[in-house]
Design a protein around this ligand. Structure first.
Ligand code: FAD
Length: 520
Protein backbone atom coordinates (compact mmCIF):
# COMPACT_ATOMS: atom_id res chain seq x y z
CA UNK A 1 0.00 0.00 0.00
CA UNK A 2 1.43 3.34 -1.07
CA UNK A 3 0.73 6.65 0.71
CA UNK A 4 -1.36 9.08 -1.34
CA UNK A 5 0.64 12.20 -2.06
CA UNK A 6 -1.15 13.55 -5.12
CA UNK A 7 -4.62 13.87 -6.62
CA UNK A 8 -5.65 14.23 -10.27
CA UNK A 9 -9.06 15.82 -10.86
CA UNK A 10 -10.53 15.29 -14.35
CA UNK A 11 -12.99 18.05 -15.29
CA UNK A 12 -13.17 21.81 -14.75
CA UNK A 13 -16.87 22.55 -14.17
CA UNK A 14 -18.39 23.50 -10.81
CA UNK A 15 -17.66 20.01 -9.47
CA UNK A 16 -14.00 19.96 -10.51
CA UNK A 17 -13.02 23.44 -9.38
CA UNK A 18 -15.04 23.43 -6.17
CA UNK A 19 -13.54 20.07 -5.16
CA UNK A 20 -10.06 21.27 -6.13
CA UNK A 21 -10.33 24.47 -4.08
CA UNK A 22 -11.86 22.75 -1.06
CA UNK A 23 -9.34 19.87 -1.00
CA UNK A 24 -6.41 22.24 -1.57
CA UNK A 25 -7.52 24.31 1.41
CA UNK A 26 -8.17 21.30 3.66
CA UNK A 27 -5.15 19.23 2.65
CA UNK A 28 -2.65 22.10 2.70
CA UNK A 29 -1.66 21.89 -0.96
CA UNK A 30 0.12 25.26 -0.96
CA UNK A 31 2.03 24.32 2.22
CA UNK A 32 3.67 21.06 1.23
CA UNK A 33 0.51 18.94 1.66
CA UNK A 34 -1.16 16.70 -0.91
CA UNK A 35 -0.45 17.94 -4.47
CA UNK A 36 -3.48 18.55 -6.70
CA UNK A 37 -3.64 18.79 -10.50
CA UNK A 38 -6.83 19.49 -12.43
CA UNK A 39 -7.07 18.56 -16.09
CA UNK A 40 -9.87 20.03 -18.18
CA UNK A 41 -10.66 19.82 -21.86
CA UNK A 42 -10.84 22.93 -24.03
CA UNK A 43 -12.98 20.96 -26.52
CA UNK A 44 -15.67 19.77 -24.13
CA UNK A 45 -17.61 22.58 -22.45
CA UNK A 46 -19.10 22.68 -18.98
CA UNK A 47 -22.83 22.12 -18.50
CA UNK A 48 -23.19 25.76 -17.39
CA UNK A 49 -26.76 25.67 -16.08
CA UNK A 50 -26.62 25.07 -12.30
CA UNK A 51 -27.40 28.57 -11.00
CA UNK A 52 -29.38 28.03 -7.78
CA UNK A 53 -27.83 26.94 -4.49
CA UNK A 54 -28.61 25.84 -0.95
CA UNK A 55 -27.46 27.82 2.16
CA UNK A 56 -24.56 25.38 2.74
CA UNK A 57 -22.74 27.18 -0.11
CA UNK A 58 -22.01 30.09 2.23
CA UNK A 59 -19.90 27.91 4.54
CA UNK A 60 -18.14 26.36 1.56
CA UNK A 61 -17.23 29.71 -0.03
CA UNK A 62 -15.99 30.99 3.28
CA UNK A 63 -13.90 27.82 3.83
CA UNK A 64 -12.14 28.26 0.50
CA UNK A 65 -11.55 31.97 1.11
CA UNK A 66 -14.03 33.66 -1.25
CA UNK A 67 -15.71 36.68 0.36
CA UNK A 68 -19.38 37.44 -0.26
CA UNK A 69 -18.71 40.74 -2.04
CA UNK A 70 -16.07 39.22 -4.33
CA UNK A 71 -18.49 36.40 -5.16
CA UNK A 72 -21.40 38.80 -5.84
CA UNK A 73 -19.24 40.87 -8.15
CA UNK A 74 -17.50 38.05 -10.02
CA UNK A 75 -20.57 35.86 -10.61
CA UNK A 76 -23.39 38.43 -11.14
CA UNK A 77 -24.76 36.76 -8.02
CA UNK A 78 -27.95 37.56 -6.10
CA UNK A 79 -29.55 36.42 -2.85
CA UNK A 80 -31.88 33.41 -2.76
CA UNK A 81 -34.15 33.12 0.29
CA UNK A 82 -36.04 30.04 -0.81
CA UNK A 83 -38.26 28.80 -3.61
CA UNK A 84 -41.72 29.95 -4.58
CA UNK A 85 -43.73 27.10 -6.12
CA UNK A 86 -46.47 28.33 -8.47
CA UNK A 87 -49.31 26.06 -9.63
CA UNK A 88 -47.90 22.89 -8.03
CA UNK A 89 -50.96 22.08 -5.93
CA UNK A 90 -53.64 22.73 -8.57
CA UNK A 91 -53.64 24.01 -12.19
CA UNK A 92 -53.23 27.74 -12.98
CA UNK A 93 -56.30 29.77 -12.07
CA UNK A 94 -57.41 30.18 -15.72
CA UNK A 95 -57.27 26.41 -16.31
CA UNK A 96 -59.14 25.21 -13.24
CA UNK A 97 -62.34 23.23 -13.30
CA UNK A 98 -65.41 23.85 -11.14
CA UNK A 99 -64.62 23.33 -7.45
CA UNK A 100 -60.83 23.72 -7.93
CA UNK A 101 -60.30 26.77 -5.76
CA UNK A 102 -57.43 27.60 -3.43
CA UNK A 103 -54.03 29.34 -3.33
CA UNK A 104 -51.95 29.43 -6.54
CA UNK A 105 -48.56 29.18 -4.84
CA UNK A 106 -46.62 28.25 -1.72
CA UNK A 107 -43.16 29.13 -0.43
CA UNK A 108 -40.24 27.03 0.83
CA UNK A 109 -38.17 29.52 2.89
CA UNK A 110 -34.61 28.90 4.05
CA UNK A 111 -35.27 30.32 7.53
CA UNK A 112 -36.48 27.82 10.11
CA UNK A 113 -39.94 28.17 11.69
CA UNK A 114 -39.77 30.65 14.56
CA UNK A 115 -39.00 28.89 17.86
CA UNK A 116 -38.42 31.40 20.63
CA UNK A 117 -37.05 29.93 23.88
CA UNK A 118 -39.96 28.76 26.02
CA UNK A 119 -42.54 29.28 23.27
CA UNK A 120 -44.52 26.28 21.98
CA UNK A 121 -43.64 24.55 18.70
CA UNK A 122 -45.97 26.25 16.22
CA UNK A 123 -46.70 23.56 13.64
CA UNK A 124 -49.33 21.60 15.63
CA UNK A 125 -51.19 24.82 16.41
CA UNK A 126 -51.04 25.89 12.78
CA UNK A 127 -52.56 22.50 11.92
CA UNK A 128 -55.33 23.12 14.45
CA UNK A 129 -56.13 26.46 12.78
CA UNK A 130 -54.73 28.75 15.49
CA UNK A 131 -52.86 30.92 12.95
CA UNK A 132 -56.13 31.93 11.28
CA UNK A 133 -58.10 30.32 8.50
CA UNK A 134 -56.15 31.37 5.38
CA UNK A 135 -52.62 31.78 6.69
CA UNK A 136 -50.23 29.51 4.76
CA UNK A 137 -47.73 27.59 6.89
CA UNK A 138 -44.55 29.40 5.75
CA UNK A 139 -46.28 32.76 6.15
CA UNK A 140 -47.48 31.90 9.64
CA UNK A 141 -44.13 30.74 11.06
CA UNK A 142 -41.47 32.97 9.42
CA UNK A 143 -40.97 36.59 8.36
CA UNK A 144 -39.24 35.49 5.19
CA UNK A 145 -42.34 35.11 3.02
CA UNK A 146 -43.28 38.78 3.60
CA UNK A 147 -39.73 39.94 2.80
CA UNK A 148 -39.53 37.86 -0.39
CA UNK A 149 -42.97 38.98 -1.58
CA UNK A 150 -41.72 42.58 -1.29
CA UNK A 151 -38.53 41.66 -3.26
CA UNK A 152 -36.34 42.81 -0.40
CA UNK A 153 -32.95 41.37 0.55
CA UNK A 154 -32.34 39.07 3.53
CA UNK A 155 -30.24 41.52 5.56
CA UNK A 156 -29.36 45.20 6.01
CA UNK A 157 -26.41 47.44 6.77
CA UNK A 158 -25.86 48.39 10.41
CA UNK A 159 -22.92 50.26 11.92
CA UNK A 160 -20.81 49.78 8.87
CA UNK A 161 -21.35 46.05 8.72
CA UNK A 162 -24.00 43.80 7.24
CA UNK A 163 -25.94 41.95 9.92
CA UNK A 164 -27.36 38.54 9.12
CA UNK A 165 -31.11 38.32 9.66
CA UNK A 166 -32.75 35.70 7.46
CA UNK A 167 -31.14 32.55 6.13
CA UNK A 168 -30.19 32.58 2.47
CA UNK A 169 -28.20 31.06 -0.38
CA UNK A 170 -27.33 32.55 -3.80
CA UNK A 171 -28.15 32.56 -7.47
CA UNK A 172 -25.16 33.02 -9.80
CA UNK A 173 -23.86 32.72 -13.34
CA UNK A 174 -22.51 29.16 -13.62
CA UNK A 175 -19.78 29.93 -16.18
CA UNK A 176 -18.45 32.82 -14.12
CA UNK A 177 -18.62 30.72 -10.93
CA UNK A 178 -16.38 28.01 -12.41
CA UNK A 179 -13.90 30.75 -13.48
CA UNK A 180 -13.85 32.28 -9.97
CA UNK A 181 -13.36 28.88 -8.36
CA UNK A 182 -10.53 28.14 -10.82
CA UNK A 183 -8.76 31.37 -9.87
CA UNK A 184 -9.15 30.63 -6.15
CA UNK A 185 -8.09 26.98 -6.45
CA UNK A 186 -4.92 27.97 -8.29
CA UNK A 187 -4.12 30.53 -5.60
CA UNK A 188 -4.43 27.64 -3.12
CA UNK A 189 -1.77 25.69 -5.05
CA UNK A 190 -3.80 23.64 -7.58
CA UNK A 191 -2.02 23.06 -10.92
CA UNK A 192 -4.16 23.47 -14.03
CA UNK A 193 -3.62 21.43 -17.21
CA UNK A 194 -5.67 22.06 -20.33
CA UNK A 195 -5.94 18.73 -22.12
CA UNK A 196 -8.47 16.10 -23.10
CA UNK A 197 -8.27 12.66 -21.53
CA UNK A 198 -8.31 10.15 -24.39
CA UNK A 199 -7.42 6.93 -22.58
CA UNK A 200 -7.59 5.59 -19.06
CA UNK A 201 -5.07 2.87 -18.18
CA UNK A 202 -5.95 0.26 -15.53
CA UNK A 203 -3.50 -1.83 -13.49
CA UNK A 204 -3.85 -5.57 -12.87
CA UNK A 205 -6.15 -4.97 -9.84
CA UNK A 206 -8.47 -2.86 -11.97
CA UNK A 207 -7.46 0.45 -10.35
CA UNK A 208 -6.51 3.46 -12.46
CA UNK A 209 -2.80 3.43 -13.35
CA UNK A 210 -2.89 6.73 -15.26
CA UNK A 211 -4.69 8.77 -17.88
CA UNK A 212 -3.37 9.63 -21.31
CA UNK A 213 -4.19 13.06 -22.69
CA UNK A 214 -4.00 14.37 -26.22
CA UNK A 215 -2.07 17.52 -25.39
CA UNK A 216 -0.12 16.81 -22.19
CA UNK A 217 0.78 13.11 -22.41
CA UNK A 218 0.31 10.75 -19.44
CA UNK A 219 -0.79 12.01 -16.01
CA UNK A 220 -0.64 9.88 -12.86
CA UNK A 221 -1.69 10.31 -9.22
CA UNK A 222 -2.50 8.37 -6.05
CA UNK A 223 -6.18 9.33 -6.18
CA UNK A 224 -8.32 10.26 -9.20
CA UNK A 225 -11.43 12.43 -8.89
CA UNK A 226 -13.85 12.10 -11.79
CA UNK A 227 -15.55 15.48 -12.36
CA UNK A 228 -16.08 14.95 -16.09
CA UNK A 229 -19.84 15.57 -15.91
CA UNK A 230 -22.32 13.34 -17.72
CA UNK A 231 -19.32 11.83 -19.66
CA UNK A 232 -18.26 10.00 -16.47
CA UNK A 233 -14.95 9.37 -18.27
CA UNK A 234 -13.33 7.48 -15.38
CA UNK A 235 -16.04 6.11 -13.09
CA UNK A 236 -18.43 5.08 -15.88
CA UNK A 237 -16.52 4.60 -19.13
CA UNK A 238 -13.28 3.18 -17.65
CA UNK A 239 -14.42 1.50 -14.42
CA UNK A 240 -18.00 0.59 -15.37
CA UNK A 241 -19.63 1.58 -12.04
CA UNK A 242 -23.33 0.86 -12.69
CA UNK A 243 -25.79 3.73 -13.05
CA UNK A 244 -29.19 3.34 -11.37
CA UNK A 245 -31.80 5.16 -13.41
CA UNK A 246 -34.69 6.85 -11.58
CA UNK A 247 -36.89 7.38 -14.63
CA UNK A 248 -39.79 5.53 -13.04
CA UNK A 249 -39.80 7.88 -10.03
CA UNK A 250 -38.61 11.25 -11.31
CA UNK A 251 -40.00 11.70 -14.80
CA UNK A 252 -38.37 14.89 -16.07
CA UNK A 253 -35.48 14.04 -18.40
CA UNK A 254 -35.15 17.00 -20.80
CA UNK A 255 -34.35 20.67 -20.33
CA UNK A 256 -34.58 23.81 -22.47
CA UNK A 257 -32.62 26.73 -21.06
CA UNK A 258 -32.49 30.44 -22.01
CA UNK A 259 -30.70 33.51 -20.70
CA UNK A 260 -33.10 36.44 -20.75
CA UNK A 261 -31.69 39.98 -20.31
CA UNK A 262 -33.66 42.53 -18.26
CA UNK A 263 -35.24 45.27 -20.32
CA UNK A 264 -34.04 47.90 -17.81
CA UNK A 265 -30.88 47.86 -15.65
CA UNK A 266 -32.88 48.72 -12.51
CA UNK A 267 -35.50 45.94 -12.91
CA UNK A 268 -36.32 44.57 -9.42
CA UNK A 269 -34.83 41.12 -8.79
CA UNK A 270 -36.76 38.33 -7.11
CA UNK A 271 -34.89 37.11 -4.02
CA UNK A 272 -36.12 33.53 -4.39
CA UNK A 273 -36.17 30.99 -7.21
CA UNK A 274 -39.52 30.83 -8.99
CA UNK A 275 -40.63 27.33 -9.92
CA UNK A 276 -43.79 27.31 -12.01
CA UNK A 277 -45.44 23.97 -12.72
CA UNK A 278 -46.36 23.25 -16.35
CA UNK A 279 -48.53 20.54 -17.89
CA UNK A 280 -45.61 18.08 -18.14
CA UNK A 281 -42.81 19.51 -16.01
CA UNK A 282 -41.90 22.88 -14.54
CA UNK A 283 -40.05 26.12 -15.33
CA UNK A 284 -37.24 27.58 -13.22
CA UNK A 285 -36.74 31.34 -13.18
CA UNK A 286 -33.62 32.70 -11.51
CA UNK A 287 -32.87 36.43 -11.30
CA UNK A 288 -29.20 37.44 -11.58
CA UNK A 289 -27.91 41.01 -11.63
CA UNK A 290 -27.99 41.45 -15.41
CA UNK A 291 -30.31 38.72 -16.67
CA UNK A 292 -32.65 35.92 -15.71
CA UNK A 293 -31.80 32.25 -16.25
CA UNK A 294 -35.01 30.49 -17.26
CA UNK A 295 -35.49 26.86 -18.21
CA UNK A 296 -38.19 24.28 -18.73
CA UNK A 297 -37.55 20.75 -17.48
CA UNK A 298 -40.07 18.21 -18.72
CA UNK A 299 -40.79 14.55 -19.24
CA UNK A 300 -40.15 13.21 -22.75
CA UNK A 301 -42.56 10.38 -21.96
CA UNK A 302 -45.39 12.88 -21.54
CA UNK A 303 -44.66 15.67 -24.06
CA UNK A 304 -42.37 16.57 -26.96
CA UNK A 305 -39.70 19.23 -27.42
CA UNK A 306 -41.87 21.50 -29.61
CA UNK A 307 -44.69 21.64 -27.07
CA UNK A 308 -42.21 22.19 -24.23
CA UNK A 309 -40.61 25.08 -26.14
CA UNK A 310 -44.02 26.64 -26.80
CA UNK A 311 -44.77 26.55 -23.05
CA UNK A 312 -41.37 28.09 -22.25
CA UNK A 313 -41.90 30.91 -24.78
CA UNK A 314 -45.40 31.51 -23.46
CA UNK A 315 -43.97 31.85 -19.93
CA UNK A 316 -41.23 34.32 -20.97
CA UNK A 317 -43.28 36.37 -23.43
CA UNK A 318 -41.83 38.67 -26.14
CA UNK A 319 -38.39 38.78 -24.45
CA UNK A 320 -37.86 35.23 -25.77
CA UNK A 321 -38.56 36.10 -29.42
CA UNK A 322 -34.95 36.70 -30.38
CA UNK A 323 -33.56 33.83 -28.27
CA UNK A 324 -32.99 30.13 -29.00
CA UNK A 325 -33.06 27.66 -26.14
CA UNK A 326 -30.23 25.32 -25.27
CA UNK A 327 -31.49 21.74 -25.22
CA UNK A 328 -30.19 19.19 -22.70
CA UNK A 329 -30.87 15.50 -22.21
CA UNK A 330 -30.71 14.51 -18.55
CA UNK A 331 -29.63 11.12 -17.14
CA UNK A 332 -31.67 11.08 -13.95
CA UNK A 333 -30.25 8.70 -11.35
CA UNK A 334 -26.99 7.96 -9.61
CA UNK A 335 -24.24 5.41 -9.11
CA UNK A 336 -24.44 3.48 -5.86
CA UNK A 337 -20.68 3.01 -6.00
CA UNK A 338 -19.22 6.43 -6.58
CA UNK A 339 -15.83 5.50 -5.13
CA UNK A 340 -14.13 2.53 -6.84
CA UNK A 341 -10.57 1.63 -5.78
CA UNK A 342 -8.51 4.82 -6.36
CA UNK A 343 -11.22 6.79 -8.17
CA UNK A 344 -14.07 8.86 -6.72
CA UNK A 345 -16.81 10.60 -8.70
CA UNK A 346 -18.05 14.09 -7.78
CA UNK A 347 -20.81 16.02 -9.55
CA UNK A 348 -22.75 14.86 -12.60
CA UNK A 349 -20.41 11.88 -13.15
CA UNK A 350 -21.74 10.47 -9.85
CA UNK A 351 -25.39 11.28 -10.41
CA UNK A 352 -28.01 13.84 -11.34
CA UNK A 353 -31.39 14.60 -9.79
CA UNK A 354 -33.74 17.16 -11.26
CA UNK A 355 -32.84 20.67 -10.12
CA UNK A 356 -36.05 21.34 -8.17
CA UNK A 357 -34.33 21.98 -4.82
CA UNK A 358 -30.77 22.79 -5.99
CA UNK A 359 -29.37 19.51 -4.74
CA UNK A 360 -26.64 19.27 -7.45
CA UNK A 361 -24.13 21.70 -6.00
CA UNK A 362 -25.10 20.66 -2.46
CA UNK A 363 -24.11 17.09 -3.33
CA UNK A 364 -20.78 18.33 -4.72
CA UNK A 365 -20.15 20.13 -1.43
CA UNK A 366 -21.01 16.97 0.53
CA UNK A 367 -18.68 14.81 -1.58
CA UNK A 368 -15.82 17.30 -1.28
CA UNK A 369 -16.27 17.51 2.52
CA UNK A 370 -16.34 13.72 2.81
CA UNK A 371 -13.21 13.22 0.68
CA UNK A 372 -11.34 15.77 2.81
CA UNK A 373 -12.57 14.33 6.12
CA UNK A 374 -12.03 10.68 5.20
CA UNK A 375 -8.86 11.21 3.15
CA UNK A 376 -6.94 7.89 3.00
CA UNK A 377 -3.43 9.30 3.48
CA UNK A 378 -1.97 5.80 3.92
CA UNK A 379 -3.40 4.60 0.59
CA UNK A 380 -5.93 2.19 2.14
CA UNK A 381 -8.92 3.36 0.09
CA UNK A 382 -11.21 0.34 0.61
CA UNK A 383 -12.83 1.13 3.99
CA UNK A 384 -13.12 4.78 3.00
CA UNK A 385 -14.73 3.85 -0.33
CA UNK A 386 -17.28 1.59 1.39
CA UNK A 387 -18.24 4.33 3.86
CA UNK A 388 -18.37 7.03 1.18
CA UNK A 389 -20.59 4.86 -1.03
CA UNK A 390 -23.00 4.05 1.83
CA UNK A 391 -23.21 7.71 2.86
CA UNK A 392 -23.66 9.16 -0.63
CA UNK A 393 -26.20 6.59 -1.84
CA UNK A 394 -28.25 7.10 1.32
CA UNK A 395 -28.06 10.88 0.85
CA UNK A 396 -29.18 10.57 -2.79
CA UNK A 397 -32.07 8.28 -1.79
CA UNK A 398 -33.28 10.77 0.84
CA UNK A 399 -33.14 13.62 -1.70
CA UNK A 400 -35.14 11.51 -4.16
CA UNK A 401 -37.86 11.15 -1.51
CA UNK A 402 -37.83 14.89 -0.88
CA UNK A 403 -38.07 15.81 -4.56
CA UNK A 404 -40.80 13.26 -5.15
CA UNK A 405 -42.76 14.68 -2.20
CA UNK A 406 -43.35 17.85 -4.28
CA UNK A 407 -45.18 15.76 -6.86
CA UNK A 408 -46.64 12.92 -4.80
CA UNK A 409 -49.25 14.90 -2.90
CA UNK A 410 -50.38 17.21 -5.72
CA UNK A 411 -54.08 17.67 -6.31
CA UNK A 412 -53.42 18.22 -10.04
CA UNK A 413 -55.16 15.69 -12.24
CA UNK A 414 -55.15 17.71 -15.48
CA UNK A 415 -52.50 15.69 -17.39
CA UNK A 416 -51.08 12.16 -17.34
CA UNK A 417 -47.82 13.66 -16.03
CA UNK A 418 -49.48 14.82 -12.80
CA UNK A 419 -51.69 11.73 -12.48
CA UNK A 420 -48.63 9.44 -12.90
CA UNK A 421 -46.75 11.48 -10.32
CA UNK A 422 -49.59 11.19 -7.79
CA UNK A 423 -49.86 7.43 -8.42
CA UNK A 424 -48.29 5.64 -5.40
CA UNK A 425 -46.78 3.09 -7.83
CA UNK A 426 -44.19 5.79 -8.66
CA UNK A 427 -43.43 6.63 -4.98
CA UNK A 428 -40.38 5.09 -3.25
CA UNK A 429 -41.39 2.85 -0.30
CA UNK A 430 -39.49 5.08 2.11
CA UNK A 431 -41.62 8.06 1.03
CA UNK A 432 -44.82 6.02 1.32
CA UNK A 433 -43.87 5.18 4.92
CA UNK A 434 -43.31 8.85 5.75
CA UNK A 435 -46.59 9.95 4.21
CA UNK A 436 -48.42 7.21 6.10
CA UNK A 437 -46.94 8.37 9.44
CA UNK A 438 -47.76 11.99 8.69
CA UNK A 439 -51.43 11.26 8.15
CA UNK A 440 -51.98 11.54 11.90
CA UNK A 441 -49.03 13.61 13.15
CA UNK A 442 -46.63 16.18 11.60
CA UNK A 443 -43.03 15.42 10.57
CA UNK A 444 -40.55 15.67 13.43
CA UNK A 445 -36.80 15.33 13.89
CA UNK A 446 -36.75 11.61 14.70
CA UNK A 447 -38.34 10.77 11.35
CA UNK A 448 -34.92 11.55 9.85
CA UNK A 449 -31.28 10.49 10.26
CA UNK A 450 -30.17 14.09 10.13
CA UNK A 451 -26.47 13.64 9.24
CA UNK A 452 -27.50 11.88 6.05
CA UNK A 453 -30.29 14.28 5.08
CA UNK A 454 -29.54 17.32 2.95
CA UNK A 455 -32.93 18.85 3.83
CA UNK A 456 -33.81 19.53 7.46
CA UNK A 457 -37.22 18.47 8.86
CA UNK A 458 -38.42 22.10 8.47
CA UNK A 459 -37.99 21.86 4.68
CA UNK A 460 -40.16 18.75 4.64
CA UNK A 461 -42.77 20.57 6.71
CA UNK A 462 -42.76 23.60 4.41
CA UNK A 463 -43.27 21.47 1.30
CA UNK A 464 -45.73 19.01 2.85
CA UNK A 465 -48.05 21.72 4.13
CA UNK A 466 -47.38 24.04 1.19
CA UNK A 467 -48.78 21.17 -0.88
CA UNK A 468 -51.76 21.14 1.53
CA UNK A 469 -51.20 17.62 2.89
CA UNK A 470 -54.01 16.68 5.24
CA UNK A 471 -52.62 15.62 8.64
CA UNK A 472 -55.50 14.58 10.89
CA UNK A 473 -54.25 15.10 14.44
CA UNK A 474 -56.73 12.69 16.09
CA UNK A 475 -55.18 11.22 19.27
CA UNK A 476 -52.15 13.53 19.28
CA UNK A 477 -54.39 16.60 19.65
CA UNK A 478 -54.80 16.21 23.41
CA UNK A 479 -51.03 16.71 23.91
CA UNK A 480 -51.05 20.28 22.59
CA UNK A 481 -52.61 22.61 25.13
CA UNK A 482 -50.80 25.94 24.59
CA UNK A 483 -53.05 27.43 21.90
CA UNK A 484 -53.26 30.82 23.61
CA UNK A 485 -49.46 31.26 23.59
CA UNK A 486 -49.22 29.97 20.02
CA UNK A 487 -51.79 32.52 18.83
CA UNK A 488 -49.70 35.31 20.38
CA UNK A 489 -46.59 34.01 18.57
CA UNK A 490 -48.44 33.96 15.24
CA UNK A 491 -49.56 37.56 15.82
CA UNK A 492 -46.03 38.63 16.66
CA UNK A 493 -44.54 36.99 13.57
CA UNK A 494 -47.04 38.81 11.35
CA UNK A 495 -46.06 42.14 12.92
CA UNK A 496 -42.34 41.43 12.69
CA UNK A 497 -42.82 40.57 9.02
CA UNK A 498 -44.17 44.07 8.39
CA UNK A 499 -41.25 45.61 10.29
CA UNK A 500 -38.76 43.52 8.34
CA UNK A 501 -40.22 44.68 5.02
CA UNK A 502 -39.84 48.29 6.20
CA UNK A 503 -36.31 47.80 7.53
CA UNK A 504 -34.67 45.64 4.90
CA UNK A 505 -33.39 47.15 1.65
CA UNK A 506 -34.73 46.23 -1.77
CA UNK A 507 -32.83 43.26 -3.15
CA UNK A 508 -31.07 45.13 -5.97
CA UNK A 509 -30.18 48.03 -3.61
CA UNK A 510 -28.60 45.62 -1.12
CA UNK A 511 -26.35 44.16 -3.82
CA UNK A 512 -25.34 47.60 -5.06
CA UNK A 513 -24.60 48.78 -1.51
CA UNK A 514 -22.46 45.74 -0.82
CA UNK A 515 -20.48 46.13 -4.03
CA UNK A 516 -19.92 49.84 -3.53
CA UNK A 517 -18.79 49.33 0.09
CA UNK A 518 -16.29 46.74 -1.05
CA UNK A 519 -15.07 49.21 -3.70
CA UNK A 520 -16.16 46.87 -6.51
P1 FAD B 1 -19.75 19.82 -16.14
O1 FAD B 1 -20.11 21.21 -15.88
O2 FAD B 1 -20.36 19.16 -17.33
O3 FAD B 1 -18.17 19.77 -16.28
C1 FAD B 1 -17.51 18.68 -16.87
C2 FAD B 1 -16.04 19.01 -17.07
O4 FAD B 1 -15.36 17.83 -17.47
C3 FAD B 1 -15.77 20.04 -18.16
O5 FAD B 1 -14.74 20.92 -17.72
C4 FAD B 1 -15.23 19.21 -19.31
O6 FAD B 1 -14.33 19.93 -20.13
C5 FAD B 1 -14.53 18.11 -18.56
N1 FAD B 1 -14.33 16.88 -19.31
C6 FAD B 1 -15.26 16.01 -19.75
N2 FAD B 1 -14.66 14.98 -20.41
C7 FAD B 1 -13.33 15.21 -20.37
C8 FAD B 1 -12.19 14.55 -20.86
N3 FAD B 1 -12.29 13.40 -21.56
N4 FAD B 1 -10.97 15.08 -20.65
C9 FAD B 1 -10.84 16.26 -19.95
N5 FAD B 1 -11.89 16.93 -19.44
C10 FAD B 1 -13.11 16.43 -19.65
N6 FAD B 1 -27.44 22.21 -9.56
C11 FAD B 1 -27.75 23.03 -8.55
O7 FAD B 1 -27.18 22.91 -7.47
N7 FAD B 1 -28.68 24.01 -8.72
C12 FAD B 1 -29.36 24.18 -9.87
O8 FAD B 1 -30.18 25.10 -9.98
C13 FAD B 1 -29.11 23.29 -10.94
N8 FAD B 1 -29.77 23.38 -12.11
C14 FAD B 1 -29.51 22.49 -13.10
C15 FAD B 1 -30.26 22.51 -14.27
C16 FAD B 1 -30.02 21.58 -15.27
C17 FAD B 1 -30.86 21.59 -16.50
C18 FAD B 1 -28.95 20.65 -15.13
C19 FAD B 1 -28.63 19.67 -16.21
C20 FAD B 1 -28.20 20.63 -13.98
C21 FAD B 1 -28.48 21.52 -12.95
N9 FAD B 1 -27.77 21.47 -11.76
C22 FAD B 1 -28.08 22.32 -10.74
C23 FAD B 1 -26.64 20.56 -11.59
C24 FAD B 1 -25.33 21.35 -11.79
O9 FAD B 1 -25.37 22.02 -13.03
C25 FAD B 1 -24.15 20.43 -11.76
O10 FAD B 1 -24.20 19.64 -10.62
C26 FAD B 1 -22.86 21.24 -11.71
O11 FAD B 1 -22.81 22.22 -12.72
C27 FAD B 1 -21.66 20.35 -11.81
O12 FAD B 1 -21.42 19.91 -13.10
P2 FAD B 1 -20.06 19.09 -13.34
O13 FAD B 1 -18.93 19.94 -12.94
O14 FAD B 1 -20.21 17.75 -12.70
O15 FAD B 1 -20.07 18.84 -14.92
Amino acid sequence: MKAIEDILIVGGGTAGWLTAAFLAQQLGTAHGGVRITLVESSDIGIIGVGEGTFPSIRGTLSAIGISESRFLQACSATFKQGIRFNDWVRPPVDQRGAGESGPDHYFHPFSLPSQRPGAPELLPYWLMGDAGPDRAFAEAVTLQKAVVDARHGPKRATDGDFMGALNYAYHFDAGRFAALLAEQAQSLGVKRVIATVDQVELDEQGAIAGVVTREAGALRAGLYVDCSGFHARLIGQALGAPFTSLNDTLFVDRALAMQVPYDRPDTPIASCTLSTAQRNGWIWDIGLQERRGIGHVYSSRHTDDEQAERELRHYIGPAADALSPRKLTLNVGYRETQWVKNCVAVGLSGGFLEPLESSGIGLIETAAYLIAQLFPFDGDTEPVARHFNRFMSERYARIVDFIKLHYAVTKRQDTAFWRDNADPASHPDSLKDKLAMWRHRPPQRLDFITDVEMYLPASWQYVLYGMEYDTQLQGARAGWRRAEEARKEFGMIAQLGQHAVRDLPRHRDLIEMMLSRAGL
